[in-house]
Design a protein around this ligand. Sequence first.
Ligand code: F6P
Length: 364
Amino acid sequence: MSKRMKICINTGGGDAPGLNAVIEAVTMAAHNRQWEVYGIKCGYAGLLNTDEIINLTPEKVDGIASIGGTILGTTNKGNPFMMPVANAAGETELRDLSDRVMENFRRLRFDALVAVGGDGSLEIAHRFAEKGMPVIGVPKTIDNDMGGTVITFGFDTAVSVATEAIDRLHSTAKSHDRVMVVEVMGRNAGFIALNSGISGNADVILIPEIPFDIDKVCDKLMENELHGHRYAIVVVAEGALPRGGDVIAKGSGEAGRQHVVLGGIAEYVAREITQRTGKDSRSMVLGHLQRGGSPSPFDRLLSLRFGAAAVRAIEKGQFNHMVALKSPDIAMVPLGEALGMQKRVLIDGDTVLTARDLGICFGD
Ligand code: F6P
């Protein structure tokens, strides 16, 4: 008979639809092997303060696959290798608390950790694996920028939400002959903007991978006008940037945060359009609506498949790997390899070519 394992799971980085489905699948697949499963609260915080650990049972995860967010909580400033801690003078300093995490993991006699997160959280998981922790990664992010997998869970839901928002903006744009500029998430990758922009029938899509020339954007709007198309939808990724310019950031955020906070590019684009064309323009930022709510059926299924595959990988002892979608199958990819392959929109790929064939302008 195979060993009865004692495993734990945490969720790190920004929340994404599908996290609870992974937790449900890991819990059920482990339970059906007579293993014990524990949930670590708020990323690695539960391995620093072990009061933050909960026993996951089938009753606790029953039906959570359809619910957004994560029952374990999450954080994007909880890197134990660089943890913000208040010193004696009351100032915040970054300390390496990773050894304490390792000690607690061993003291609690865990056999494996399932780390669910994006590139930042899986980088941390990889560092723990190198310190000797048996880790399996599960790739999550609405941005879809993780390498090694065809898609991350959360992305499909975010694209659906963004597409529905763009669909709704068409009526106001058309009724007022306005340019509606909508900013979507994605950090330095343009996948959400590209996919929702094409699906939502945008006139212009601006993505980080193709720095834009605002004059080209205005030319497209004026050309549309000549053909009697007096309103327009511009979808702009939060990480899009003008040619020769830089991304617009709101600052680096809180201490220990993994990434700068992007935002403001839609307002910039709308202002420039009005100044250059005289057209009435409005901007809106879709923001965290893209991360909330119930996961789409695609994300739900992918998350359940990822969670179950993570448990099968633990059974096989295939650690320091990440579960990944290699359509139609789930495959195991070495974590180090996946982390070295950040994904970006292929500017000569089929999706961009499709957009161009449809007459969508990228401002280039
Ligand atoms: O990585 C996911 C993401 O939603 C990005 O698209 C966005 O830039 C960032 O997280 C926002 O982070 P926060 O929720 O901390 O503002």
